[in-house]
Each structure stands twice: as structure tokens, then as C-alpha cells.
Design a protein. Structure first.
Length: 430
């Protein structure tokens, strides 16, 4: 049975609403797409600066979506990133009790509960995600995955805690609900959503850094041995380059973004020098712009951004474990020579990636780096729908079993539950 998933990606420069259809085999098809520019200075580093204007824009966006496609955005999935997200590391140790002293799921859960409690103690922040970095048994052997079934008397876990600014998150959710959305089903990390849309399982296993260059921030998600290991947010994106152009040539931010996309280069090489004419700030005259000077400004901006990206990779501890290199996505990746520039500064293989062509429906083309996050939100949203159904099926089966046994669960019921769980887990993996 196919499920309809709706998602809204609220970015610094644009807001995208998508409707996707997810089949039982896990394939996704985007059915409808609407986007609008985010009002200037309305959202900065993930924080809402003007709730009224943001709400009005989202309301207009959803109205257009309903008029053009017929889909009503009553329940949605959202993404969160920017300065509203920060990360910290924390370790905890638990005793492995029991006759056999074997590490079980309950011990991993005990670790996660303790680390989450530490995260919740941070004033003004809530825990968005726990990323397990490694585990250690008896202060000796280190494992990258949960060492289930191993003998131990002590288990330690090292985690990266992703924290979200509570007030900033509530402001975004308030804007969405004031625009007409009845319920926010799930809030996902935007870098994780982008990775879901563009990375392959081989890349995740071999080690890869997904770099999503947006307008206001640059998100990084690092995968190694098939697992998410680190999420980082750099507090500026391609909008930083727009500001340098805007200040140097005295033109509006909108015009700066236009000429950057059309004429900007991440490396000031090749091409003939020409004069570009754009409307100056105020719009009363045409401002001449030397393309060679523009290239030097954009090259310098990319160099600064690349420095921050490379520094974030070094600080993560995984810079030398990225066999699959760097995958580049987001609207900022579309600048000419961006791939070559980041290869030069990082000394790593770089590929520009985007959602597959097969995900696009006839009326919704999304095979562009600009839509990676929005597509990923639909894909993750579909996963949440399936997980929720599995929980309901298990609850119903447990209720039936308890009723048939007068509140007691027999051996056959336990075996049935185990088989049912394995079947559902296989469906989730598919």
C-alpha cells in the first residue's frame, strides 16, 4: 500500500514544499513541488527573525500547492539545522549484570538514556539525536557497532549529542502551524535528510562527508562503516559570497545572488573578461561590473568557505577515513568550478550529487542539488510512517496474545511475537 508524505524545507533563501508517494518496497516518487523565496532577513542561521512574514510566506506557499496540485498540508515533516543546532560529546559506563554477563539491547538503551539525560540538562536545548561513536568493553576492546552478545562486566559508550535550540524550534513550528498546518509529524536534521537523498550505501560504508552548501549555512554529515558519525553546521553558506558582491559593487542582495549564479566562479580561471550591467541599489541606474573582479571576489569567498569545511573535517577525527571522499550538494554547489575548488583545498575526491532522476514525477522535477534536503525529508518521513505502522501491529498482536491467555503470554505467543518482529524488521530494511 502506498503512502503520501508531505514535507516542508524552510531555508534561509527559499522554502520548498514537496508531496511524495512511498511504496511498500521503499521507492519514492515526488508528486508535487512548490517553492518560494524566503523573505530577506526573515530567517538567519536557522533562527526566525520575523514570525509574521515567515508565516505569511508559508501560508501563500501552501495555498499555491493546494490550488495547483490539490494536496492539503495538514500533517507535515520538517527539517532543522543552522545555529539552532549544536553538538557535544559525552561518554557513559554501565554495569553488565546477569548470570552470563552478556551485552544486550537493554544495556545499550541504558547507555543512551544516561547520555540523553546529560543532554537534557543543557538549559534552552533539547536532544534531537544521539550518534554512537564507539563502544568499549571492560576498558579494553573498542567496537564501532553495539557489541551485542559479547561477554562483559562493564560497557562504555561514546556519543555525539545533537542539541536543538528549544525556542528556535518552537518558533519555526509555530509559524508552520499558524500557516494552516495542523500537525508536525516529525522534525529531522536537515544534513541527515540531504544525506538520505543523495548518498549510496557503499559511500556510507567506505567513509564519506556530505557537504550541503545552503544560502545561510553549510551542513556536514559524515558517515563511516555504514553509520552516521558526525554532524556539523558552518554558520554561513553561499549567502556570504552574495554579501561580498553586494558590498563591493553597491547592488542589492537579490542582484548579487543573480550575477553570482550566472557569472561567478569558484576559481578565477578561464573565460574572457566582460562588462556586466545590473541595476544598482535603488534601481535608478545601471551598475557596470567587471567579470574578472567578480571572479576574484567569488574565488575569495569560496576559499573562506572551503577553509571552514576542511577545518570541520579535521576536527571530526574522520578526515583520513573518507575513502569515498566528499559529496557536494545544495544550491551553493552549482557555482562554476566549485567541485574543482573544494578538491584543491581539501586534497580529496569531490563529487556533486543530487536526488536521482527517477524520484521526479511528471509535475515535480527535483533532480537538482537545490532540492536534496526537501527530497530527503520526504524519504525519512516515509520511513517514519512505516515504523509507526510496525509499532501498531506489534501492539495489536501483544494485546490479542494477552487477552487469549488471560493476561499471560505463553511460549507459543512469544515465538509468534519473535517471528512477527523479524518479518517487520526485514520489511523496514527493504
Amino acid at each position: 500500500m502506498k503512502k503520501i508524505v508531505k514535507a516542508i524545507d524552510i531555508g534561509t533563501t527559499k522554502i520548498v514544499a514537496l508531496v511524495g508517494e512511498k511504496s511498500e518496497d521503499g521507492t519514492v516518487k515526488i508528486l508535487a513541488k512548490t517553492e518560494m523565496p524566503t523573505p530577506e532577513e526573515c530567517l538567519k542561521y536557522g533562527k526566525v527573525r520575523d514570525i509574521d512574514r515567515l508565516t505569511k510566506t508559508i501560508r501563500e506557499l501552501l495555498k499555491v500547492m493546494e490550488e495547483t496540485s490539490g494536496y492539503v498540508f495538514d500533517k507535515v515533516n520538517l527539517g532543522v539545522a543552522g545555529q539552532v543546532v549544536r553538538s557535544e560529546q559525552n561518554s557513559h559506563t554501565v554495569s553488565v549484570r546477569g548470570e552470563d554477563e552478556i551485552v544486550m539491547d537493554k544495556h545499550i538503551q541504558e547507555l543512551e538514556d544516561a547520555v540523553a539525560h546529560f543532554g537534557k540538562s543543557k538549559p534552552g536545548f533539547e536532544v534531537l539525536k544521539l550518534i554512537p561513536l564507539n563502544y568499549q568493553i571492560n576498558d579494553e576492546d573498542i567496537y564501532s557497532r553495539p557489541p551485542l552478545g559479547h561477554s562483559a562486566h562493564k560497557l562504555s559508550g561514546n556519543y555525539q549529542i545533537i542539541l536543538g535550540d528549544t525556542i528556535a524550534g518552537k518558533d519555526i513550528e509555530r509559524s508552520v502551524k499558524s500557516a494552516g498546518v495542523k500537525e508536525v509529524l516529525q522534525v529531522h536534521l536537515q544534513p541527515e535528510a540531504s544525506a538520505e537523498a543523495v548518498l549510496t550505501e557503499d559511500e556510507k560504508r567506505n567513509g564519506v562527508a556530505m557537504v550541503d552548501i545552503g544560502g545561510g549555512t553549510t551542513d556536514i554529515a559524515i558517515y563511516h562503516e555504514g553509520m552516521l558519525k558526525c554532524i556539523e553546521t558552518i554558520p554561513f553558506g553561499s549567502g556570504y559570497i552574495d554579501k561580498q558582491i553586494c558590498n563591493h559593487f553597491s547592488i542589492s542582495p537579490a542582484r548579487a545572488a543573480e550575477i553570482k549564479e550566472k557569472y561567478g566562479k569558484a576559481l578565477a580561471v578561464g573565460g574572457q573578461n566582460e562588462t556586466i550591467y545590473v541595476a544598482a541599489a535603488g534601481g535608478r541606474r545601471q551598475q557596470p561590473i567587471d567579470s574578472s573582479v567578480l571572479s576574484l571576489i567569488t574565488e575569495k569567498g569560496v576559499a573562506v568557505l572551503s577553509y571552514w569545511i576542511v577545518n570541520a573535517l579535521k576536527n571530526s577525527g574522520y578526515a583520513n577515513k573518507l575513502i569515498a571522499g566528499i559529496t557536494l550538494t545544495g544550491g551553493g554547489s552549482l557555482m562554476k568550478y566549485m567541485k574543482q575548488a573544494l578538491e584543491y583545498y581539501s586534497t580529496k575526491k569531490v563529487e556533486i550529487v543530487y536526488p536521482l532522476e527517477s524520484l521526479s514525477g511528471p509535475a515535480a522535477r527535483v533532480n537538482s542539488p537545490k532540492y536534496s534536503t526537501a527530497v530527503g525529508l520526504v524519504m525519512l518521513g516515509g520511513a517514519e510512517v512505516k515504523k509507526e505502522e510496525t509499532k501498531k501491529r506489534r501492539s495489536r498482536k501483544k494485546a490479542v496474545s494477552e487477552k487469549s491467555r488471560g493476561g499471560k503470554i505463553g511460549i507459543m505467543d512469544s515465538l509468534w511475537d519473535l517471528l512477527e518482529k523479524q518479518k517487520n524488521d526485514v520489511q523496514l530494511e527493504d
